[in-house]
Design a protein around this ligand. Structure first.
Ligand code: ASP
Ligand code: MG
Length: 405
């Protein structure tokens, strides 16, 4: 007998037919004698719909009230899932995040879990129930309802699995698992049977979004092994876990392309201490996330100058350009160019630690495809380059062919 936490995302509970399917799947595990805790998201579109209702009234609704509102989405699904299990003759009880013992800090709309006391969950499981918990929500020690940030039901599931010391944590979604590349772009992409937390984090940070990043970080910290799999079939999914020695045999685990990046270049920045600090302090004060930064060698006589490029999330480009324009006099650069037509191409794999020549091979492949490299950044297990947006898909296919086929 195992204790299993299963999380079903918005599309997996997108209508009553799908909710009945969830109940059937849970019933199969119960029939094997397993104890099951089910975590559900709001039905697909519900959270967005609730946000829209509030924004129809005011563009700046109170964050406390947004949590009160958004938490209702998941509460619909827990009740419907319990009703679906009852109709199959199975005892089931739904619990809000608070009832399940999930305590968070008071940062409304992006609260952090502080601790979980799942005594009620244990009690109900021991009495033979399937326990259905509302994802994405918790409660402060003072009793205010909070939510965990968009996509936060993943975090509820991983955190509950850790608190309950579950034997298995399954994240059911609308894809079969984590792929070596987006199969819509790279037809030869394959499902990855096993992936290390760090690889999953780097791939997610590179635009391959299967799960909420924070929940993978949490899983890594508490060593929660989980499986990402589809609720639409019975195929085995991708196991996400601590790195093992054999994982290093594969040099590249996956290829990704993040179209959500834009580049700003400042020409003629005086090459003197404090200029970069001023630029990036101003961006950070404006809550703009900077990803890659490249500074060129100094050029020119007199006060030497340099060119500086960096990337930001595409939606932040206008705001970032505005901040930079405001610095022209104090920082003293000559001109700026913003480029939206770029993307970040990455290869990721823990095997890069023990294999050499990976970057050279990547750049060879790109050269052969006639793809120009604008910026480069590396970590121990990732190489990323900024390239022209329109070359992204071709470059992905070429890299996949070179490293993964
Ligand atoms: N319903 C929430 C959202 O749409 C949480 C989740 O689905 O994980 O972001
Ligand atoms: Mg969702």
């Amino acid at each position: 007998m195992a204790l299993i936490v299963q999380k079903y995302g918005g599309t997996s509970v997108g209508n009553t037919e799908r909710i009945k399917n969830v109940a059937r799947r849970v019933a199969k595990y119960r029939a094997q004698g397993d104890q099951v805790v089910v975590v559900v998201s709001a039905m697909s579109g519900v959270t967005d719909g609730l946000i829209k209702l509030a924004k129809d009234i005011t563009l700046l609704p109170s964050e406390r009230e947004m949590d009160m509102l958004l938490a209702t989405g998941e509460q619909q699904t827990i009740a419907l899932a319990a009703i679906a299990l009852h109709s199959l003759g199975l005892p089931a009880v739904s619990l809000t995040g608070a009832q399940a013992g999930i305590v968070t800090d008071g940062v409304h709309t992006k609260a952090k879990i502080q601790n979980i006391t799942p005594s009620e969950v244990h009690k109900l499981l021991d009495a033979g129930n399937v326990v259905i918990v509302a994802g994405f929500q918790g409660q402060t020690p003072e009793g205010a309802i909070t939510t965990l940030g968009r996509g936060g039901s993943d975090l509820t599931a991983i955190a509950l699995a850790a608190a309950l010391k579950a034997d298995l944590c399954q994240i059911y979604t609308d894809v079969d698992g984590v792929y070596t590349a987006d199969p819509r772009i790279v037809p030869a992409a394959r499902k990855i049977p096993e992936i290390a937390y760090d690889e999953m984090l780097e791939l997610a940070g590179s635009g391959a979004k299967v799960m909420q990043l924070r929940s993978v970080e949490f899983a890594k910290k508490f060593n929660v092994v989980f499986e990402v799999r589809s609720s639409l079939n019975d195929n085995p999914g991708t196991i996400v876990k601590e790195e093992t020695n054999s994982m290093e045999n594969v040099v590249v685990r996956g290829v990704s392309f993040d179209k959500n990046q834009a580049k700003i270049t400042l020409f003629g920045v005086p090459d003197q201490p404090g200029r970069a600090a001023r630029i990036f302090r101003a961006l950070s004060d404006a809550a703009i996330n900077v990803d890659m930064i490249v500074q060129n060698a100094s050029h020119g006589g007199g006060v030497p100058a340099t060119d500086l490029s960096f990337t930001v999330d595409k939606p932040d480009l206008a705001k970032a350009s505005h901040v930079i324009d405001g610095l022209k006099a104090t920082v003293g650069f000559k001109e700026t160019v913003a480029d939206e037509n770029i993307g970040k191409l990455s290869i990721v794999g823990v095997g890069m630690r023990s294999h050499s020549g990976v970057a050279a091979r990547m750049f060879d492949v790109l050269a052969h495809e006639g793809v120009n490299i604008g910026m480069i950044s590396t970590s121990e297990i990732k190489i990323s380059v900024i390239i022209e947006l329109s070359k992204g898909e071709q470059a992905m296919r070429a890299l996949h062919k070179a490293f993964l086929e």
